[in-house]
Design a protein around this ligand. Structure first.
Ligand code: SAM
Length: 216
């Protein structure tokens, strides 16, 4: 799986963020600069990803190789992407390269913010974070992870949150197909309310909605 580097600006749009609460978890954070940029704003921000088990040299290599690899996916599915948010492919590449640099600098300087861990079992206590974000893992990889895994992963994201969970996008990578089991697993969640909310971001055609789960 690719360890991509979306920026804070992309997260802001994908998750329709305005103000951040005191504590935020970026789950499947990969090479994103969200955690570094949120921490710079005074937020207790933590990133979790299995890639943080890699050595620094391996992580640098993995993060650097992800940009050309994602560009390849876009080229293979050209008609499935729109450029309204990024403007141009060059601007997208620029944002991703800046985000990768920021991430690599931050993990080098403050490694304690970056925790190695994998869904569906995260190394955090119940209710540790007010807001939990998950970008481009659940649903994106529904061709690799099955319904049971998604349900367990959502329950784990709910467990480590005290208030709210946001997941983006809700379609499968590449072709952008909807995920057939999404409505069923939402029905199986207990002790929460959920809604599917439009966001001011679209890159994969039709991927302009996030899942918002609120603990009741
Ligand atoms: C496409 S990247 C997304 C990275 C970042 N969130 C972004 O939007 O640029 C998917 C990430 O999920 C991570 N990942 C893979 N399996 C995971 C799991 N079981 N639990 C948590 N993260 C996982 C990968 O290591 C990778 O960094």
């Amino acid at each position: 799986m690719l360890v991509t580097s979306r920026s804070y600006a992309e997260y802001e749009a994908m998750f329709d963020l305005t103000a951040l609460p005191d504590s935020v978890l970026d789950c499947s954070a990969g090479g994103s600069s969200f955690t570094a940029e949120a921490a710079a704003r005074g937020v207790d921000a933590v990133a979790v990803d299995p890639a943080y088990e890699l050595s620094m040299a391996e992580l640098v290599d993995t993060v650097r190789r992800s940009l050309p690899a994602t560009t390849g996916i876009i080229d293979d599915h050209e008609a499935k992407f729109v450029w309204s948010w990024y403007g141009t492919p060059e601007r997208r590449d620029e944002l991703r390269l800046e985000a990768a640099d920021r991430f690599l600098q931050d993990i080098g300087e403050t490694p304690e913010r970056y925790v190695a861990g994998s869904l569906p079992e995260l190394p955090f206590e119940d209710g540790r974070f007010e807001l939990v974000l998950c970008s481009h893992l659940l649903f994106t990889w529904a061709d690799k992870f099955d319904r049971a895994w998604h349900l367990a992963a959502l329950r784990e994201l709910i467990r480590v949150s005290s208030a709210e969970i946001r997941v983006f996008p809700l379609v499968v990578q590449g072709a952008g197909e909807p995920v057939p089991f999404l409505p069923e697993i939402l029905d199986e969640l207990a002790g929460v309310t959920w809604e599917i909310r439009k966001v001011p971001y679209e890159f994969q055609v039709g991927a302009d909605e996030m899942l918002v789960i609120t603990r009741s």
